[in-house]
Design a protein around this ligand. Sequence first.
Ligand SMILES: *Cc1c(COP(=O)(O)O)cnc(C)c1O
Length: 382
Amino acid sequence: MIKKYYLLSPGPTPIPEKVLSAAAEPIIHHRTAEFSKIFMEVTEGLKYVFQTKEDVYILASSGTGAMETAVINTLSPGDKVITLNGGKFGERWGNICRAFGLDTKEIIVPWGEDYPPEKLAEDLKQNPGVKAVFATLSETSTGAIFDIKGFGEVVSKTEAILVVDGISGLGATPCQMDEWKIDVLVTGSQKSFMIPPGLAYIAFSPKGWKMVETSKLPKFYYDIKKYRKNLEKQTTPWTPAVSLIIQQGKALDLIKSIGLENLLKHHAILGEATRAGVKAIGLELLAKKPGNILTAIKTPAGVDGNKLVKTMQNKYMAYISNAQDPHKGEFFRIAHLGYMGGFDITTALTALEMTLLDLGYNQFQPGASVAAAEKILREGWE
Ligand SMILES: *Cc1c(COP(=O)(O)O)cnc(C)c1O
């Protein structure tokens, strides 16, 4: 068999052909009108996906760079913060805050469980003086989504700002920065934004900017005020990742032509099809509130989860993702975000069924998951 490579992981994600070929164009200089024009168009396009009137800043880093940027530009040493840890990425907020000497109250939510806004209201009441709440839109380690809109309602009534990691969710699940009262929103390029890894994006609300004005944590490369000053001149403080920005322009053209609303609907159909598929062969989901970005599926009893992922990847070249530490092997993740189509889902399900049969799990009718997914895809196809 020719072993064709199928990228089905929640980042990096597949990239449209037009976006790929843009990277092969000769490089242009960044201090030129030609680049500034592209740069400003990309900034505008990002505002559309962020659903904000505020400017969106482009950093040459992976998503974590934007998370760090959010922390160091809004807070001062010793400030009290709440971080919501519902998985690997929520945990990162706590790690960053502690690294910068913040008084960090970490709320640990068991992987896959929910944390409703009412609980946040309680936790804020019990922790007076909190300057910022750090949350995750789509917890990519578990597939769960959190009620950011509800968090916005709670946090906006306090002195604190709401900082949201939208790294896998933004562009795949609803998230309206202004409407939902998000004060700092960050994301990265290699998830729903349909380009390779290497760029991160961040925007601040007026309340967020007020915090920027008083923030005393040390910063240099990620000093957002430098970015703001340079954006007025239609440029960046440091050499931008020119090719990636050009690629983002092409991907945003595609996103705009589909329309954000349709794109979210598309992800909802892929998510539903995946969930229906795995349930049809007797598997269980991890998340209580699964999002449409990726689906985390519990490894069935009697199957070695690490072997399952290795077989999917090495034998069938279907690059789904294992669970992350400390839950490796307990569940696995099939992504459906960014530039993925309906047949990426049926491919993933076929490879999953064949793998399960290889590993001795056979309490299902072969093809049952694909049939269930097919029904959803066909009904939703436009
Ligand atoms: C991928 C991801 C990150 C980490 O981003 P990097 O690009 O690896 O730095 C953080 N948060 C979430 C929710 C993610 O999905």
